[in-house]
Design a protein around this ligand. Sequence first.
Ligand SMILES: Nc1ncnc2c1ncn2[C@@H]1O[C@H](COP(=O)(O)OP(=O)(O)OP(=O)(O)O)[C@@H](O)[C@H]1O
Length: 372
Amino acid sequence: MIPTPTVNKTPQLRLSRSQTLFEAAIERISVAYPKDQARKEGIHSWPDPLPTPTFQRPDPLLLFTPAEDGSRHPEAEPSQPYQAIIPMTRNGMLEHRNRERIKPSMQIPLGLIDKPEEQQVDTFLVDLHGTTEARSGGPLLIAGPQHSGKATALQTMLLWLTTCFLPERLRCAVVDPLGELDQFRALPHFRHPNGETLWTNGGSDEDLTRFIRTINADIQQRHDKFSNQHWDKHTLTQLWSQGLTIPQFLLIISNYQSFAERVSTSSELKRLIQTVAEARLQGYYLILTTTETSARYIAPEVMGACSTKIGLALNEQQRHDLFGHASFPTEAIPGRGLIMTVDRRLHQVQLALPAPGQTESLRDQHLRQEIA
Ligand SMILES: Nc1ncnc2c1ncn2[C@@H]1O[C@H](COP(=O)(O)OP(=O)(O)OP(=O)(O)O)[C@@H](O)[C@H]1O
């Protein structure tokens, strides 16, 4: 039995401007009950808090370990080290991809998840296919106000997937009204074998309708080609192991709320979302981002189709829209949010950046260099 620590005198809580309340609270607990004392009393696992972007270190958590050549990231190195989700550089990962026999997988390492009930901070995996022990699975909705980190989360996921899979194993179709994913646009993953580009800003109805038609035709073609196939969650892996590498197909609709009131195409888009969500076992996957969570912008069918939801810096009403009653606020930190896991518990996550850099424009520059 571990005795409850008694704290006779806690130091004054002093908040510096750059320190968040969350960090201040952790600092205070750490001073009152230091790790060493905890260890002496049998508490061995005391994970560090989730990394928090600060003024000094705006990029504390990265997807890949940055390369060490020094020439790529010329800005002064801040004193705190980077933390990376993948203990490998992106080049290392590319070499691994070329050496190993890759299986289909839509498990994407997107950040760190805090599990206080287990005293653990783990890698946060989004599982769009939903085959394994991952804590959640299926179509993903990322909701958050402006500057909460939605586009960055999409970039991190795209960097991971386009690094892991050659274009014949991964096809991506993107609706990107604000041009937030432009860095990826030239990659061959975003082109259909019939020559059409799988990219639109959704600006014109004709363009959006053509885009929707191409994806529907692709789904229908796969359906016809494998009309005798019984699909379960392992079928894609089995087909790949038999040498039939039909591509995984990911549809991303960024800023979905901006289409809600476009009478001409909103119902077509809604139908597409439902069709893609239903074709998951055949290798079709879906990610949406939105700044709005109310039924006016996200129809209940769409909300219901998204079985994985990440909320970034949401207000109380928005958390209610996304998660129901059992929610608690998170601080407005870029990339900090909530995820409801399959046990219906809410957990805090910190999402990883796709590339390092002290400023947004340096991060963008590094990401473009990486992809090029
Ligand atoms: N996980 C993160 N860690 C550190 N900084 C982040 C993270 N995610 C986003 N940021 C930074 O926060 C700022 C806003 O991010 P981003 O553009 O992704 O937000 P957004 O929600 O897509 O905003 P908008 O709705 O305006 O497009 C950027 O400077 C970005 O680099």
